[in-house]
Write a protein that binds this ligand. Structure first.
Ligand SMILES: CC(C)(COP(=O)(O)OP(=O)(O)OC[C@H]1O[C@@H](n2cnc3c(N)ncnc32)[C@H](O)[C@@H]1OP(=O)(O)O)[C@@H](O)C(=O)NCCC(=O)NCCS
Length: 382
């Protein structure tokens, strides 16, 4: 019998040139470039270009790429009408999943598999997701959506569309770096979902819709919002130890801790801590950061022997909280960034396609004799 690998743990299912992760040493590289360098020197647009084309752009290439994104930022009247028609309490992640799917219906190239059409869809998906989220957030608050600003970059334009005001330089840069950090991460669950969808030769919108639905889960992108709720519930540094001990005793997961690949602290968590310090230098220290650091200390003490350390979601929650972003936008913002990784993977899947179709180990009943319905009885029905 073929060996069983529950959850595909440790299984290598394909080759990729996009992302390198060393989970033991805590290394992450996009197309060969270290995440620390990208966080220090790059912008989200440049990183998205790198993921899409496999090389860093020249000035001219980056200008063209950024321009293409700007051209596709605006939502159509119908898309805005749909946002207005949705229930105001609809979770933004579900709205995003639905609107990405709906966008395909208005795109004449949606089912065109040509490389050029797919390239256009990459621009449209990266460009539109921030507008969908910012517009929906305003519609549900009964305020008018803010149109995209033509001269603002990708990250800062999102914050502008969300609040109607341009953020200060530090907030803008911190948010841009957060997007860089979340843009790509190998064959994680949502990227895998996108690649499975693409492997059937389904279209890019379907692949990204599948990925959004997968990212939503609490064990994946949904964890960042859970982290904030956990930190808020702990409320004070002095409560940390008893709270975390209680969670572990009840066999609950400590949110933002542990990772399928990293067996040490996620390199992105270190960078995020630096970003939090930058935000604190402008707006003052957030008490949640002290709680978070204590949670990290106690969790490593209690769980470190199992290889459980802070992952990217842990400090992202504090950073987004300090940026004033609503809790239920945390996970959709993960999608807003990760879309460039998803689309790079989908294009790679198309170029070297093999249908992804694993096998299961059947553990159900052996062969049974079919009984016609009027001859069936159940003991508990007699
Ligand atoms: C990310 C995650 C799903 C990886 O899980 P995985 O590789 O399938 O590992 P498992 O869930 O099988 O965990 C292995 C062991 O570590 C424990 N563990 C893993 N993460 C834990 C956490 N966050 N808190 C407490 N215990 C944890 C499990 O209970 C299990 O213990 P056991 O062997 O005694 O039963 C898991 O660490 C998790 O659920 N973390 C919290 C959610 C989160 O932050 N997700 C974002 C990931 S970027």
């Amino acid at each position: 019998m073929t060996e069983l690998h529950a959850g595909l743990k440790g299984v290598v299912i394909g080759q990729s040139t996009i992302c390198f992760i060393d989970g033991e040493r805590g290394l992450l590289r996009y197309r060969g470039y270290d995440i620390e360098d990208l966080a220090k020197y790059s912008t989200y647009e440049e990183t998205a270009y790198l993921l899409t084309y496999g090389k860093l752009p020249t000035h001219g290439e980056l200008r063209q790429f950024s321009q293409a994104l700007k051209e596709h930022r605006t939502l159509s009247g119908t898309e805005l009408e749909i946002l207005h028609a949705l229930p105001k309490e609809a979770p933004p992640m579900d709205v995003l999943r639905s609107l990405v799917s709906v966008s395909a219906l208005f795109d004449p190239e949606a089912d065109d598999p040509a490389e050029r059409a797919n390239q256009n869809k990459v621009f449209k998906l990266i460009a539109k997701i921030p507008t969908i989220l910012a517009a929906y957030d305003r519609v549900r608050r009964n305020v008018k959506p803010v149109a995209p600003h033509r001269s603002l970059g990708h990250a800062v334009n999102f914050l502008y569309m969300l609040s109607g005001e341009e953020p200060n330089e530090t907030s803008a840069r911190v948010f841009d770096v957060c997007l860089i950090l979340h843009a790509e991460h190998g064959f994680n669950a949502s990227t895998f979902a996108a690649r499975v969808t693409a492997s059937t030769l389904s279209d890019l919108y379907s692949s990204v819709t599948a990925a959004i639905g997968t990212l939503k889960g609490l064990l994946h992108g949904g964890a960042n919002a859970q982290v904030l709720e956990m930190l808020q519930a702990i409320d004070s540094v002095k409560n940390v130890r008893s709270h975390i001990e209680g969670m572990i005793a009840r066999k609950e997961k400590v949110w933002g801790m542990g990772h399928r690949v990293y067996k040490t602290k996620d390199p992105r968590a270190y960078i995020l801590q630096g970003l939090i310090e930058q935000l604190a230098s402008v707006s003052g220290q957030d008490p949640l950061y002290n709680i978070a650091r204590e949670v990290e200390k106690v969790s490593i003490e209690l769980l470190g022997k199992k290889g459980i350390y802070p992952n990217v979601d842990f400090y992202t929650a504090v950073a987004y909280h300090m940026l004033g972003i609503p809790l239920d936008l945390f996970t959709p913002i993960f999608a807003l960034s990760r879309v460039s990784g998803w689309t790079a993977h989908v294009l790679e899947q198309y170029r070297h396609n093999a249908l992804i179709r694993p096998q299961e180990q059947y553990v159900g009943p052996g062969e049974r004799t079919y009984t016609p319905i009027d001859q069936r009885t159940r003991k508990d029905e007699r």
